[in-house]
Design a protein around this ligand. Sequence first.
Ligand code: ADE
Length: 275
Amino acid sequence: MTLAEIGIIGGSGLYKMEALKDVEEIEIETPFGSPSDAVIIGTLADTKVAFLARHGRNHTLLPSELPFCANIYAMKQLGVKYLISASAVGSLKAEVKPLDMVVPDQFIDRTKNRISTFFGEGIIAHIAFGDPICKNLAAVLADAIASLNLPDVTLHREGTYVCMEGPAFSTKAESNLYRSWGATIIGMTNLPEAKLAREAEIAYATLALVTDYDCWHPDHDNVTVEMVIGNLQRNGVNAQKVIQETVKRLSENPPQSDAHSALKYAILTNLANAP
Ligand code: ADE
């Protein structure tokens, strides 16, 4: 079933896409349970897209409670080949300000309690993950951001995203440790998604929307939910513009992606001898 080749996962502050037309809501069941919410199929920039609110439309799921496998499986079932993941993040660098957008190219995994593979139970595969983000999809996304000239938004075309477990935000010692590693931004959700998308041979890129300076910055208060929410609304409006422009560009010129053949040399189990 191909209902949409482009998928969008909306994070905190992006619970729906106002510009979607001809909207249809689909409840999907997967072998990994139900996704975070119904998937919304609609038309954006004359192109069918599938939209899923990562934490549910009413924000009822903690990062550690997210059904990552079901979410990515649902996107695959719908025929998604390109997945854009919009996510609120904290900044670990002075030059990356709240309201800025980062298109990260690397991740550091600090999660402890996430299932981030479809494999196991007899089927063994190790996907290549040295470049966890699809470069070509990320380039389309970054070019779309740049073309919009959004006020108060600086685009950062690369960066390392630390994915932490949460739900509590980091301590100052942790925040400074990540800074000493050269990391750029911090969030709680994107790494399991990126791994599962790669296993599902879906090209994946992150649109990271900066809400705060975490807790390391001497001139800014420690991150609080109030602070995050304060910037979420503007980020959400900007993200919708970016996603619309990205979808337009993707439909006009769908990029090649190595992710689309990620399993070619990844499966170790000798399926030829399977009963
Ligand atoms: N999401 C938004 N801001 C964050 C922060 N400072 N740390 C982790 N996740 C975040």
